[in-house]
Design a protein around this ligand. Structure first.
Ligand code: SF4
Length: 249
């Protein structure tokens, strides 16, 4: 078995060069057998990847972060996904004591009051559970697409998340919205009905709204904040860092 320690980002990129997404997922889940995870929020992009993993029965652990504040439609999509694929989706939850203390001290909707509160809520409900989900893993597959954020257009499909000491693979990075819709229709993939109501990037219910025609893709997330602060800490754009790569176990 080849492990992450023996691969540089460039090596891996060259290995998947010329392969389609399903072929790349097959190769990478084999290279990182037993240490590959995929995070789903049940967005259309994530549903495409779930469909590919399930159709090809690839050895990838699928997980989701249940923040406790998701839309009812997201839970329905989660359930529809289980019914269609009969797959196993591991749910990670916030630490109960940390969440209890935060809500008792700040109230249930303190994220509207300050960026500091919002980031604290995201840390408890998303970032810390994520760290547990990817601990001791080598490859993290995501549904990130370049269209969803200006800063993502120059990202490579494989990158090192040095903060979390894990490689990330974004198979749909250069897919368009139409590519995603076409795949969903042709493969009869269950999807979140909120996408049909103007929701693009769907996160927690109190922090997500539909966008209007012409608005930026990210305008529907934390819309009350300055746009430069709109990241929740899940996807910190990584740089190639061979030193951190060596830390992969
Ligand atoms: Fe909390 Fe909103 Fe972040 Fe969800 S998106 S974790 S509700 S601040």
């Amino acid at each position: 078995m080849v492990t992450g320690n023996q691969n540089s980002v460039q090596d891996i990129l060259s290995k998947i060069s010329g392969l389609n997404e399903a072929e790349s997922l097959r190769l990478l889940s084999s290279l990182f057998f037993g240490t590959t995870v995929f995070s789903t929020s049940f967005s259309s992009e994530d549903q495409v990847i779930t469909d590919m993993l399930s159709q090809h029965q690839l050895p990838v652990e699928i997980f989701t972060l249940d923040t406790g504040r998701l839309f009812p439609e997201t839970y329905s999509t989660w359930n529809n996904t289980l019914e269609k694929y009969h797959n196993r989706i591991i749910a990670y939850y916030p630490d109960a004591v940390a969440l209890q203390n935060f809500v008792v001290e700040k109230g249930p909707n303190s994220f509207y009051e300050s960026v500091e509160n919002r980031k604290a809520c995201c840390h408890i409900r998303k970032v810390e559970p994520l760290q547990r989900a990817i601990k001791r893993k080598q490859l993290w597959i995501t549904g990130i697409r370049a269209e969803h954020s200006q800063g993502r257009h120059d990202m490579p499909k494989i990158e090192l998340d040095a903060a979390n000491s894990i490689l990330k693979y974004h198979p749909l990075l250069h897919w368009t919205t139409d590519d995603v819709k076409k795949y969903i229709q042709e493969n009869n993939v269950p999807y979140n009905p909120l996408h049909d109501k103007g929701f693009i990037s769907i996160g927690c219910a109190p922090c997500t709204r539909a966008i209007r025609p012409g608005e930026d893709f990210r305008a529907g997330r934390w819309w009350w904040e300055d746009s430069s602060k709109k990241e929740c800490g899940l996807h910190i754009h990584a740089s190639t860092n061979e030193e951190a790569l060596q830390q992969l176990k």
